[in-house]
Design a protein around this ligand. Structure first.
Ligand SMILES: Cc1cc2nc3c(=O)[nH]c(=O)nc-3n(C[C@H](O)[C@H](O)[C@H](O)COP(=O)(O)OP(=O)(O)OC[C@H]3O[C@@H](n4cnc5c(N)ncnc54)[C@H](O)[C@@H]3O)c2cc1C
Length: 474
C-alpha cells in the first residue's frame, strides 16, 4: 500500500461505457478502459486489509491486495504475475465477473469499494499489449493423456492447467469454435470474440490440441475416448434451458434466449443465416421473460437489431437497491441491477406471471399475464398468489425465454459413461472432482449447475488438480 490515506482522498472512478447513441449502432464492447495513471490511482484506494475479505469472496481466490499494490506502483508485470497465478483467464473475468470481491471489499462498508474487476481487466490488457503473456510450454511431458470434453471456461481452465503440468491434453468441442457460452451466448458487446481467439492461440502454442466440431458420444464414441486416454474431464455445461410449457408455447416467434443470442454471435462473426431461420427483433414488440443477465443480454441485442419496443418481465419481486439487513457485508447481496443494456432502453416489470401466448396465423402476437404477490408462509417459505383482476396483455411478436438452465443435457454421452445424475439432474463429483466412474472427472456448470464464469474457471482448475493427483498416483 502506498499512501495509507488514499482510500479517503481518492474517490472511486469507474471506466464507464461508450455513449448509448453510439454503442447501440454496433456490437463492439461497450465498456471503456481508464488511462493507465487513473487506473493506478484507483488501485491506491486498496487498504491492504489485515483480513482481505475480497480474497475470501473470490471463487478463484485472487490475491487482491498484493496485485493492487503492484498496480498502484505502476509495476504492471508484477501485478500480472500475481493475478495469473490464481486465474487462468483474467481477460474473461475482468469483463464478465459480477465481482463478489467488490461486494466484500472492506471499503464498501461505508464507501464505494475498490474497482477490483476493472483493475483486473486493465492489468491483463496491459499484459497482453506489453507482451508479458507469452506461450510457456511445459519443460517436460509426463506421457499421460487426458481428454477434456467441452471448451467453455471450465474446460479451458482444466485443459490449460493440465497442459502446463506436462500432460498431453486434447480438448474436444462440439461447436465449430471454442469458448462455450463465452463464444455463443455472451454478446460481443460484453466480450469481443477476438479475446477468446487471442488466448486459444497461446494455449495451442503451449501444446494444447483443440478439436472443434467433434461431439463426443456421437462423432467419437465413449469407448474410444476411454480406451485412448488415462483420464477424462466432462466440462459440458448445464445447457438444458428452462421452458415455459403454457398454452401457445408452440407458436412461431417464441425462442430460447440462448438460440437468439447465439445467432447474433454468428452474424457478428460473418456467418450467413438463411432468412427463414433468422430470429430478429427488428421492428418487433419484444418480450423477454426472465429478469436476469441472459435476459439483459437479449435486451441489448434487441435494441441493436432495431426492436420497436422491449419489455423484460420477471416473476419475482424487484430486488432492493441497497443492501438489506438480512444480506449483511461481506456476503453477496442480491440487488437491483441496471446493466449497460438496460440503460439502452427497455421497460422492466416485476411480479409478473405469464399465463398464455396467443396468435394470428400461427405466429405469436400477444402475451397474457397477471400480477402476483409473494408472502412467507408459517414455515418461512415464500408462496406466490395472483392478484385478482390484475390480468393484462402485452403485444409480443418476438418472445425470448431467458429463465435460466435447469441442468446438464441428458444426452448419449451421460448414458455412455454410465453416470448416475444427482437429484438436480447434474453430474455429482467428490472432493477431487471425480464422478462415480474411475478416472472420469467433471467441472463447471455440468456438475455445479448453471453458474458464473469465475466458478467455472475455479472448478476447471480444481478438477485439473484432482486429475493430476490421480495420474501421479498411478
Ligand atoms: C447468455 C449468457 C450470458 C452470460 N453472462 C455471464 C456473465 O456476464 N458473467 C458470468 O460470470 N457468467 C455469465 N454466464 C454464465 C457462464 O457463461 C457459464 O456459467 C459458463 O460459461 C459455464 O462454463 P462451462 O465451461 O461449465 O460450460 P459452457 O460454457 O456451457 O461450455 C460447455 C461446452 O461443452 C460443449 N459440449 C457439450 N457437450 C459436448 C459433447 N458431447 N462433446 C463436445 N463438446 C460438448 C458445448 O458445446 C460448450 O461449448 C452467461 C451465460 C449465458 C448463457
Amino acid at each position: 500500500m502506498g499512501d495509507p490515506r488514499s482510500f479517503i482522498t481518492i474517490n472511486r472512478v469507474d471506466s464507464g461505457y461508450r455513449p448509448v447513441t453510439e454503442r447501440i449502432q454496433d456490437y463492439d464492447e461497450v465498456e471503456r478502459l481508464l488511462p493507465d495513471d487513473a487506473r493506478m490511482r484507483q488501485a491506491l484506494r486498496c487498504m491492504d486489509c489485515g483480513v482481505p475479505f475480497c480474497h475470501w469472496a473470490c471463487p478463484v481466490s485472487n490475491i487482491m491486495p498484493e496485485w493492487q499494490a503492484k498496480l498502484a506502483q505502476g509495476n504492471w508485470q508484477a501485478a500480472y504475475d500475481i493475478l495469473q497465478a490464481t486465474n487462468n483467464f483474467p481477460e474473461f473475468t475482468g469483463r464478465l465477473c459480477p465481482a463478489p470481491c467488490e461486494a466484500s471489499c472492506v471499503l464498501g462498508i461505508n464507501d464505494d469499494p475498490v474497482t477490483i474487476r476493472e483493475n483486473e481487466l486493465a492489468v491483463i490488457e496491459h499484459a497482453f499489449e506489453a507482451g508479458y503473456v507469452q506461450p510457456k510450454p511445459p519443460a517436460r511431458r509426463t506421457g499421460k493423456k487426458v481428454a477434456v470434453i467441452g471448451s467453455g471456461p471450465a474446460g479451458l481452465a482444466c485443459a490449460d492447467s493440465l497442459n502446463k503440468a506436462g500432460h498431453t491434453v486434447v480438448l474436444y468441442e462440439a461447436a465449430d469454435a471454442v469458448g462455450g457460452y463465452l463464444r455463443f451466448g455472451v454478446p460481443d458487446f460484453k466480450l469481443d470474440k477476438r479475446i477468446i481467439d487471442r488466448r486459444i492461440a497461446i494455449l495451442q502454442a503451449e501444446g494444447l490440441t483443440v478439436q472443434t466440431g467433434v461431439k463426443v458420444g456421437e462423432d467419437i464414441s465413449v469407448d474410444d475416448i476411454q480406451a485412448e486416454y488415462n483420464a477424462v474431464c466432462l466440462a459440458i455445461g448445464a445447457r438444458q434451458p428452462r421452458d415455459l410449457p403454457i398454452e401457445g408455447r408452440d407458436l412461431d416467434g417464441i425462442h430460447f434466449a440462448v438460440d437468439y443470442l447465439t445467432q447474433q454471435n454468428r452474424l457478428v462473426r460473418g456467418d450467413e443465416i438463411p432468412d427463414a431461420e433468422r430470429i430478429t427483433a427488428a421492428h418487433k414488440h419484444v418480450v423477454v421473460i426472465g429478469g436476469g443477465d441472459t435476459g439483459s443480454d437479449c435486451v441489448g441485442t434487441a435494441n441493436r437489431q432495431g426492436a420497436q419496443s422491449i419489455t423484460q418481465i420477471e416473476l419475482l419481486p424487484a430486488p432492493p437497491e441497497i443492501r438489506p439487513a438480512d444480506q449483511p457485508w461481506p456476503l453477496w447481496p442480491k440487488l437491483y441491477k441496471t446493466s449497460s443494456s438496460h440503460e439502452e432502453g427497455c421497460k422492466r416489470l416485476f411480479n409478473i406471471a405469464t399465463q398464455q401466448f396467443s396468435a394470428t396465423d400461427g405466429h405469436v402476437q400477444k402475451l397474457s399475464a397477471v400480477h402476483v404477490e409473494w408472502h412467507a408462509d408459517d414455515n418461512g417459505q415464500y408462496r406466490m398468489t395472483e392478484v385478482p383482476g390484475s390480468e393484462f396483455e402485452l403485444e409480443a411478436d418476438l418472445v425470448l425465454l431467458a429463465m435460466g438452465f435447469v441442468h446438464v443435457e441428458h444426452s448419449e454421452l451421460i448414458a455412455g459413461f454410465g453416470i448416475e445424475l444427482n437429484a438436480r439432474g447434474n453430474i455429482p463429483v467428490d472432493e477431487r472432482y471425480m464422478t462415480g466412474v474411475d478416472g472420469l472427472f467433471a467441472a463447471g456448470d455440468a456438475s455445479r449447475g448453471a453458474s458464473l464464469v469465475v466458478w467455472a474457471i475455479h472448478e476447471g482448475r480444481e478438477a485439473a488438480r484432482g486429475i493430476h493427483d490421480y495420474l501421479s498416483s498411478r
